[in-house]
Every structure is written in C-alpha cells, then in structure tokens.
Design a binder for this molecule. Structure first.
Ligand SMILES: Nc1ncnc2c1ncn2[C@@H]1O[C@H](COP(=O)(O)OP(=O)(O)O)[C@@H](O)[C@H]1O
Ligand SMILES: [Mg+2]
Length: 258
C-alpha cells in the first residue's frame, strides 16, 4: 500500500514559487469568548482546487465567509483576490427576477443580457434565460447559481456545500460541471463539502478542519478524471475517514472476496 502524500511546502527544483491567490496568516474568529477559528494559516495557489471537509459546526462556513469578505470581525491577515465569487447550498435566486437577470444581479452597470446568456449556455441553461426561478428544478437552480459565479470572471471561486441539497444523480452531474468549468476557466476553488468522495473526485488538495483550525491536509495524487474504483482512491478515502474520526471497522463494506 502506497503511503499517503502530504503537501511538500518547498518542492525540490521549484525555485520560484508562484504567488498565492489566497494567503491567510494567524486568522482568528471569535464568537463571544470562543475562538471558532484560532490562528489559522493557509495558502492557495492560482488555479488550485482545494476541498475543505470537517465535522458539522467545526467552522468551515465561518472560514468561507471570511474569504468571501462577508465577515470582517477577525484578527490576522487575509489576502484574497478582488475578483471572487461565492455559491451556497441554496441557490439564493431572487424570485421576482428572471433567471438571466438573477445571473447578472449585483454587477456594475446595466444588466448585460448577452453576458448572462453566455454564462447560462455554459452551464447548459441557455434555454432557461427568460423563465422565473420557481420553474427551475433544484439542479437547474444550482446551475443558475454557478452561472452567476461565471459572469464575475473570478480568480477565486468559493463553494459552500453547493450540492448538499441535490439528489445523487443530479449531484454527480453538478460535480462534473464544476470540474469542467474549473478546467476551462482556470480559477482557484475552495469547496466546502461534507462528502469525502466528492472532495477526492474534485480537489488537488483536501484540508481536514477540526475545532479551531486545519488539522490535516492531503495531496490528491490521482489522475483526472478520477476513478473511484482505483485502489489508491480507496487508500486516500480511508485516510480521510480516519482523520475525520470515523471508525472504519464499524463501517467496513466486505467485497465478498473472503
Ligand atoms: N454568527 C454567529 N454567532 C455565534 N456563533 C456562530 C455564528 N456563526 C457560526 N457560529 C458558530 O461557529 C461554529 C462553526 O459554525 P460553522 O462555520 O457554520 O460550521 P460548519 O460550516 O463547519 O458546519 C458553530 O459552533 C456555530 O454555532
Ligand atoms: Mg457550514
């Protein structure tokens, strides 16, 4: 069994490290007397896909909100690119605006329909530009939410459990779409997910958050597209579950080979 790789902070032969697109130093976020995030450091490289997993309530969304600049009540240094985009578990579409107007909502200048339609076409919703959000399925609404991130032409895309409310098949399609858009646009991604398999399917690197900070990180040394039936995928999956405190003996699935 191959060893699990950890990120090498100074890879041999790489004399000119690329500047980070995200640079966090000594980040602390308190709610009252309690530090939910305590002295956290993180770098994300341009174009890197990072997944953040961890038990419910450990502070993932709190961290993402800080990176999205939705929370300034912090200590420490946080440097993020000016062009950022965020998508959440709920698509957060305004019900009284058509889908295309939702996509460009909040952008400076007049609503640019051509730009909205181009983004909608990229997520397979070119035919839904005119409709009201309420007629979209859950998967379509989430794709509209992704179109809204594309029109911002981000250097950093922040996703907080974006597929959490989707059924299994829709979720698989949405994961493939996110991987395709990432490859095409080359932005960096921070994906918060509770799904270990999803993290391994999509990310270059998986961070495991525990109370107050990032406790572990794993470089996903698997070729793309990822194949969950590969032995190495299983090795990394088990490593992440162990870090998350899942007792593998209780959850073991026997393959009938014994
Ligand atoms: N605005 C807030 N006021 C007080 N406590 C909060 C606030 N937001 C989050 N928390 C607390 O911070 C912790 C981390 O929350 P959160 O970041 O949402 O966790 P996660 O996304 O990992 O499930 C939780 O204990 C939560 O109750
Ligand atoms: Mg959360």
């Amino acid at each position: 069994m191959a060893a699990v790789l950890h990120r090498n902070l100074s890879p041999a032969g790489d004399e000119t490290p690329r500047p980070s697109v995200v640079r966090v130093r000594g980040l602390t976020r308190r709610f009252g007397a309690r530090a939910v995030i305590d002295n956290l450091d993180l770098d994300i490289a341009p174009g890197e896909f990072v997944a953040l997993i961890g038990a419910s309530g450990c502070g993932k969304s709190t961290f993402l909100r800080v990176l999205a600049d939705l929370d300034a009540d912090i200590e420490g240094e946080v440097a993020v690119p000016a062009r950022r985009a965020v998508a959440f578990q709920e698509p957060r579409l305004i019900p009284w605006k058509s889908v295309w107007r939702n996509v460009v909502l909040g952008l400076p200048g007049l609503p640019n329909r051509g730009r909205a339609e181009a983004a909608l076409a990229e997520v397979g919703l070119g035919h839904r530009a005119e409709v009201w959000p309420k007629v979209l399925s859950g998967g379509e609404a989430q794709r509209a939410s992704l179109a809204r991130t594309l029109v911002r032409d981000p250097d950093l895309l922040l996703l907080d459990e974006p597929f959490g409310a989707l059924d299994a098949l829709t979720r698989l399609n949405a994961q493939t779409l996110v991987a395709d858009l990432w490859r095409r646009h080359g932005y960096a991604v921070l994906l918060v997910t509770h799904d270990v398999e999803e993290a391994l399917l999509l990310a270059d690197r998986v961070l495991v958050m525990e109370a107050r900070g990032i406790a572990h990180e794993l470089v996903v040394d698997l070729p793309r597209p990822r194949d969950i039936s590969r032995e190495r995928f299983g090795v990394l999956h088990r490593q992440l579950l162990t870090w998350l405190g899942v007792n593998l003996r209780d959850t073991a699935v026997h393959d009938g080979g014994e």
